[in-house]
Structures are given as structure tokens and as C-alpha cells.
Design a protein around this ligand. Structure first.
Ligand code: AHG
Ligand code: MN
Ligand code: MN
Length: 284
């Protein structure tokens, strides 16, 4: 796993440079989820592919930006699923964006997820990693271009203060709206940038809160994709002492996607907010 994390650090430096230097415009294509692809989405995808292909333990790659899984080394052990650039809609206005990786052994699903990592491209370059069964680790990259360990065990508190509610409010269910309103009524503060990486990173490092992206009337299965967005963060939040569930209150890590680009409604938070969600949804 260390060779994969090492390679991810190198890729992060390449993507960081590309974000600073490359053109932001749209490419001519759209991806499997129907999103218009930026030139930067396509270029970041090439950088990740190029880097990870060098590792003989990588069996296949599944990218948000590729329609089909890409076989790499038939003898390899891990399938790596990734979102090369998360937050394409906010990169042009210079908000923080990220890259997300899920490292699976065998057919990718919650049960086969062995490790996860994400990079945050913000005022600073940071990385968070976890290997199943171990602690969540937080790194920061200094001007030496080295990732220094900031925290060797990131932990969520029992209850947080932040609320990051995703999706278009007019398309929320009345039940979801009542739940989100009840958190604000309890004193939670709104923190939502439109990028799940910085939004979940903030909640993780500030000790807790809730990030939600529910099923909506226009997207009943939610927006966020299981293999390279939802499951990696579910592993990280659970390892940090939080919880990650769907609208039935089921652990996201118990879900098996039928298709590489399947999505799921999702709720990530510390224990208190998830127990409130289960009550509000009647799935406690
Ligand atoms: P991507 O840029 O990879 O398509 O993902 C963007 C995602 C996620 O980062 C964010 O939380 C969500 O889209 C925001 O969606 P809304 O604008 O619908 O809230
Ligand atoms: Mn994304
Ligand atoms: Mn993306």
C-alpha cells in the first residue's frame, strides 16, 4: 500500500501544477455521468492513469472520467477507482478542489475496499490516507514538496457544529428539509463550498458535523458516485470514529454497486448527527 500512497503524492504534485498552469475551458466531451468534462478533468485523469500504471500491483483503473474500467497489469492485486478532479464546477472560481482514490482488492465494493486517500488543492496541498483497520492520517506538503505528517490519528468528536447540505433545496424531500432545518435550529452552522473534498475535509479536521447529499426529486439516487467518491470517504469517516450511511441508515460500506458509475444518497458525520438523521428518516 505504501507504494500506492507514495505514487499518489507524486501525482498530487503534478495535478497541483496543472491546476495552476493549465487552461480551464471545457473539452468537447462529457463523461459517463453526463457531466461536461473540463480540459483539466481530462488532463488530471491522464496524470493519474500515467502514474498508477507504473505500479505492477495495480490490476485495473476505474475513473470518473472513463466510461469503462481499464485493465492494467493482469497479475496486479488492486483495482484503483478515482475521481481525478473533484469540484470541476468550482475550480474556475479558485475554490479548493480535490482528487479521491479508493483502493480495492477484487471486485470493487464496500467490502473489498482496502484503503482510501484524498488530496486537497487549497491554499496548501494536503493529503489524508487510511488503510482499513488503521488510523486516518493527515499530511501537509511544504515548499520542499514533501508531505509531512500533521496528525497520525485524526478523530471525529461525538458531536460537531458544521452542516454541509448538498443538492438543490427545491428538489429535497420534505423529510430531508425538516431534518436539515432542525440541525440549524439546534445551532449548526452552514459550511458548504460545492466540493465534497474540502467540505468533508473541513468537517473531519474541525471534529465533526454532517455532510449530506440526499436523493432528490431530480436525482433519486443522489449525485455522488460510490466507487470513487462515496466509499473512500465512508472508509475514512468510519476509521475516524464517525459514521457513513445511506437513506435507509445502512452503512455505505455494505453497498455493492452494479455499475462502476452508480451513485448513492449519502450522509457522513460524527455519531450524534448520524443518529439524528436516522431518527428523522425513521430508520433508527
Ligand atoms: P465532480 O466535480 O467530480 O463532478 O463532483 C462534484 C460533486 C461534489 O464535489 C460536490 O459535493 C457536489 O458535486 C456538489 O453538487 P451540488 O452543486 O449539486 O451541490
Ligand atoms: Mn467528484
Ligand atoms: Mn471529478
Amino acid at each position: 500500500m505504501q507504494s500506492i500512497f507514495q505514487k499518489i503524492k507524486e501525482i498530487a504534485l503534478d495535478i497541483d501544477r496543472a491546476i495552476k498552469d493549465q487552461e480551464m475551458g471545457y473539452s468537447e466531451q462529457c463523461n459517463a455521468s453526463g457531466d461536461d468534462q473540463l480540459k483539466l478533468d481530462v488532463y488530471a485523469d491522464e496524470l493519474v492513469e500515467h502514474g498508477l500504471k507504473e505500479l505492477p500491483i495495480v490490476r485495473a483503473l476505474i475513473s470518473e472520467e472513463k466510461e469503462e474500467p481499464m485493465p492494467v497489469h493482469p497479475e496486479g492485486k488492486y483495482t484503483i477507482c478515482y475521481d481525478p478532479l473533484d469540484g470541476s464546477s468550482i475550480v474556475d472560481v479558485n475554490l479548493s478542489v480535490g482528487t479521491i482514490f479508493g483502493i480495492y482488492e477484487g471486485e470493487p465494493c464496500g467490502e473489498t475496499l482496502r484503503a482510501a486517500a484524498y488530496i486537497v488543492y487549497g491554499p496548501r496541498l494536503e493529503m489524508v490516507t487510511v488503510t482499513a483497520g488503521d488510523a486516518v492520517q493527515h499530511y501537509r506538503c511544504g515548499s520542499s514538496q514533501l508531505f509531512n505528517l500533521q496528525c497520525e490519528e485524526v478523530r471525529l468528536e461525538e458531536k460537531g457544529k458544521l452542516n454541509a447540505p448538498g443538492g438543490t433545496q427545491k428538489n429535497w424531500s420534505p423529510r430531508h428539509k425538516a431534518f436539515i432545518d432542525s440541525l440549524f435550529a439546534e445551532g449548526y452552522r452552514l459550511r458548504y463550498s460545492g466540493g465534497m473534498v474540502p467540505d468533508l475535509h473541513q468537517i473531519l479536521l474541525k471534529g465533526g458535523g454532517l455532510f449530506s447529499y440526499p436523493g432528490t426529486s431530480d436525482k433519486p439516487e443522489g449525485k455522488l458516485r460510490l466507487l470513487f467518491e462515496v466509499l473512500p470517504f465512508a472508509l475514512i469517516y468510519e476509521a475516524a470514529g464517525g459514521e457513513a450511511v445511506d437513506e435507509q441508515g445502512r452503512r455505505l460500506l455494505e453497498i455493492t454497486p452494479r455499475h462502476p458509475h452508480d451513485t448513492s444518497p449519502c450522509f457522513f458525520g460524527s455519531r450524534y448527527e448520524i443518529s439524528r438523521m436516522k431518527e428523522a428518516y425513521g430508520v433508527a
